[in-house]
Design a binder for this molecule. Structure first.
Ligand code: GLN
Length: 489
């Protein structure tokens, strides 16, 4: 079971090779034994998970099983799940047991999937290293002195260390793709509006999008088939015909035009990363693809634009955490204002406060036009660059992250260095496009490198096909951290 893909587990359950209770118990045991080294999970609740597993086995026995019935999945702690502690990695929500399910959780429950636990993350999804979590850093299973990336670092490390066959993540500026790259797994950020944000704690609403994290492109398709779908409770959810995201997996790639933006291969990216990405490009050539040079001339503006818009939206979204409605409240306070101030001063960590300050500033009278409005205009130009590029190619490729996993503490004192971790991913969110990261090699220190595949709007099925064909020809996605077997209970 250790190295079984999600697909293999689904097939095994369908064939009666094992029960959901058996698979769930297997992963619970691994979590019990290994989570103390990695800190991937904020909450596990064995009784709840096993009850769901028993219900799934019943569903199957009565002929009501669907594809994912009975498989255990880890859920990022940003998704509200009824009866589960849902912290978003923050002290502010450290006592919040959700009274309702996010749309994504509802869909997994209806499919009969088992919730294995809630994964660690950067506080309110703000970070690229999982170091801003109130629950402490997550460690990268490939080298425990390094970060797993963020903000979906707990989900990424759990899948890489085989503590869960697959997991959910969310991506506002790179938080699915960058941790997937740093831990050697696959992660997909869908087109904005494909996955409902209902019950997904809001960071920057015009950028936030949930998506799957797993070990193969095929598994991502299985997850997205459940996660995607219209939901009237999210005003930006798109009303579209349901799709089978795995429908194109077996299509040959001959004739595919791959755009290589020159800005992705310029200075600032590590030689090991570029080397691995170039070898992946060569592999695609062998598969019959044609390479086209494209340009994203406004790419360098994406990080500064994001760090105006995302904090602006966050400062508004996070105003609801006031100690009145739910969540943490300061113990000693005088009047109402004092209660607000102390609650927010004690409940939020440093990075979250920094974003609230920046966001409040750029939205304030006199600065709104100079910063917020200007950033919105630049956002349009960045999106337009992709429109031009996709006239010449079918998908765009490049590195997911400029470096492989860095050491814990290495960048935590320097926010700008940390922000630059998302230099290749952020433009995709600003444009609302889908982006995928798959493993494509290792650096000289044995740490995984991610290849980013960016598609046009709603081209997820094609992107997964592009990834799947590469995974049939290579085996990077099957590699696992060396000590994984010996630490197996
Ligand atoms: N690292 C980026 C940030 O800190 C993106 C985070 C995300 O995608 N949630 O905002």
């Amino acid at each position: 079971m250790l190295h079984a893909t999600l697909k293999q587990l689904c097939d095994g359950l369908a064939a009666g090779k094992f029960s959901s209770v058996e698979v769930t118990q297997y992963f619970i045991n691994r979590i019990k034994y290994l989570n103390k080294y990695l800190n991937c999970f904020i909450s596990v609740d064995t009784e709840k998970s096993l009850a769901q597993a028993r219900a799934a086995d019943n569903m199957r026995a009565t002929g009501k099983a669907q594809m994912l019935t009975g498989v255990p999945l880890a859920q990022k702690d940003i998704f509200c799940a009824q009866g589960w502690l849902t912290t978003c990695g923050s002290k502010m929500l450290s006592n919040f047991v959700s009274p309702y399910d996010a749309h994504v959780i509802e869909r997994f429950n209806a499919a009969g999937a088992v919730n294995l636990g809630k994964t660690n993350m950067d506080e309110f999804a703000m970070g690229s290293s999982n170091e801003t979590s109130f629950y402490g850093p997550v460690r990268n299973p490939w080298n425990r002195e390094t970060v797993p990336g963020g903000s979906s670092g707990g989900s990424a490390a759990a899948v890489a260390a085989r503590l869960a066959p697959a997991a959910t993540g969310t991506d506002t500026g790179g938080s699915i793709r960058q941790p997937a790259a740093l831990t050697g797994i696959c992660g997909l950020k869908p087109t904005y509006g494909v996955v409902s944000r209902y019950g997904m704690i809001a960071f920057a609403s015009s950028l936030d999008q949930g998506g799957p994290m797993a070990r193969t492109a095929e598994d991502l398709a299985l997850m997205l088939n459940v996660m995607a779908g219209f939901d009237a409770r999210d005003s930006t959810s798109l009303q579209r015909e349901p799709e089978d995201y795995g429908r194109d997996l077996t299509m040959p790639l001959a004739g595919l035009r791959i755009g290589l933006p020159k800005e992705f291969f310029a200075e600032g990216v590590s030689a090991d990363v570029i080397g691995a990405v170039e070898r992946a490009v060569a592999e695609y050539r062998k598969l019959g693809c044609e390479m086209v040079e494209v340009s994203l001339p406004n790419m360098a503006l994406s990080v500064p634009v994001y760090y105006v818009l995302a904090p602006a939206e966050a400062s508004s979204n996070l105003s609801r955490f006031d100690g009145v409605r739910y969540g943490y409240r300061a113990k000693d306070y005088g009047n109402l204002n004092d209660m607000y101030e102390k609650t927010r001063a004690e409940g939020f960590g440093a990075e979250v406060k920094r974003r609230i300050l920046i966001g409040t500033y750029v939205l304030s009278h006199g600065y709104y036009d100079a910063y917020y409005i200007r950033a919105q205009k630049l956002r349009r130009l960045i999106a337009q660059d992709f429109v031009e590029a996709f006239k010449k190619c079918d998908v765009i490729m490049g590195p997911t992250s400029p470096s492989t996993a860095f050491r814990i503490g290495e960048k935590s004192g320097d926010p700008v260095q940390m922000y630059l971790s998302d230099i290749y991913t952020i433009a995709v969110n600003l444009a609302g496009l889908p982006g995928l990261s798959i493993p494509c090699g290792f650096d000289t220190g044995g740490l995984p490198v991610g290849l980013q595949i960016i598609g046009n709007y709603f081209s997820e099925a094609r992107m997964l096909n592009v990834a799947h064909q590469y995974q049939l020809a290579t085996d990077w996605h099957t590699r696992s951290p060396e000590d994984i077997e010996e630490t197996t209970p």
